[in-house]
Design a protein around this ligand. Sequence first.
Ligand code: FAD
Length: 509
Amino acid sequence: MTALTRGKSRSKRVNPADDLPFEVYRQAVDQADIAISITDQRANILYANEAFTAITGYTPDEIVGCNESVLSNHTTPAKLYQEMWRHLSEQRPWSGRVLNRRKDGQLYLADLTISPVVGADGTTSHFLGIHRDVTELNRLERVVRNQKMLIESTLNAAPVGLALLDTSGRVMLDNEACKRLASDVNAKEPAHFILDMLLPDWRGQLAEDPARCRFANREVRIDRRGGSARWLSVTASLIDTQSDCADTYFTSARQPGLLLVINDVTELHVEQERARADALKLALIDEERNAAIREGLSAALFRLDEPLNMMTSALHVLRRREPATAEILNEAVNASREHLDQLRQVIPPPPPESQSSVNLNEILRDVLEISVPRMLAAGVTVDWKPMATLPSIQARPLQLRMLFKALVDNAIEAMNTKGWKTRELTVTSHIADERVVVCVLDTGPGLDETARHRAFEPFFSAKSGRHLGTGLSRAQQIVSDHGGLIDLNPRPEGGCAAIVELRIDGDPI
Ligand code: FAD
């Protein structure tokens, strides 16, 4: 009967094996290349095939009638046998690894599977045992495990972070130093975080053309919340790995892996930054002194212009009435204007500064560091909340330092009022709408509506006394030179919020 005709006559299900003579079964089991034994319900051996003899050394004559336990070395944990028999008594097959002893006393590890043979009456009549010698396989597994342990311990002892990624971006291997970075970068997978920062399109490139993901000694800065920044120098190189996917079994299993070597260069940077901060402090002090001279002179000129203008108006009237006196006054006015012009020319110009790639977190940290003595003297505490990674912008760094220093100075000064209790300065940075936004928040008395609207006017000061009131107008000038926005707002909880927005692409807002 063909398969087709059998398919049509559904009434009778025919098993082709029914036609097989019993002898074929017998020979197949006898000659199978795996140790097979059949036992009664108490594990007494009734049958053992040729492979069983080859592995154990017992001939069928010697083993039939013995219990399977003759194979046991009696070092396999009793718990394992209890588990085995629990399965078998529930008519469930059991598989496991046991330590056996051959007839000649040699030990071997066996991968054993026992299946209950259930009769038509539903009771277990026999057990079928199948086992193979896996001593060599186990040795190789141990070698691999040992190698893995050795590699892992070596990698974990390394002072650099290491991560190996496959072409899909999956981290196949990473060491302790790399894992420890997770809390700093606030990401589950530090390797992904670092690649996102250094090579934004790394996923696509790794899948299509892994060679494009290679780079050497690129630095990344991580700003830890409430902590100091961490600098990492990263190198990405390609190494050969073996795929463990089934579909590569008959083909080349080699595939490239991206190895990241992550070096902590924070100490080096701290040293460099300290030297840089010292130089900066001097430059800022210098520029502040110049700015004060500039503003002092500008203020004096601004104020001297007023009486001169009045005198010029008076001159017109005087010319008609007393031309001789008017001439004297005219000479005096002209001479005064000349002197004022000379004075204007000696005002020190702002230092020439070209644009460069600037990280605002760096600038803000510099400013806060420089302001520490003032904050300590005024009893102000500072809460620095930088965005972990800010993109760089094109800007004039000295000008920006002056800008944020003016805002921080104003905030400290606002809170440094006799009897004022809450003195907290908060500085934050974040990204919104393609802009870097910096907020300088204080808990001072805040600005009233008039002061808020006039705050950016030159020579306006909410403070009485010798306060010149040019800091904010200068700050606004710097922000508008950078195409940005600056605003002063009262905070609902009290105090003032100075907000500066600068576009990442450098275009004016
Ligand atoms: P045993 O006295 O035999 O038994 C140890 C524990 O197992 C007992 O405390 C008891 O809880 C449980 N147990 C034993 N017999 C039964 C039973 N009939 N019903 C329920 N629970 C029971 N063992 C090997 O070490 N190597 C082998 O290659 C191997 N092949 C086997 C093949 C088959 C088909 C079967 C059925 C068993 C096989 N065994 C094998 C298990 C073997 O029969 C012994 O149970 C085991 O070797 C432990 O022997 P023992 O003398 O230390 O303890």
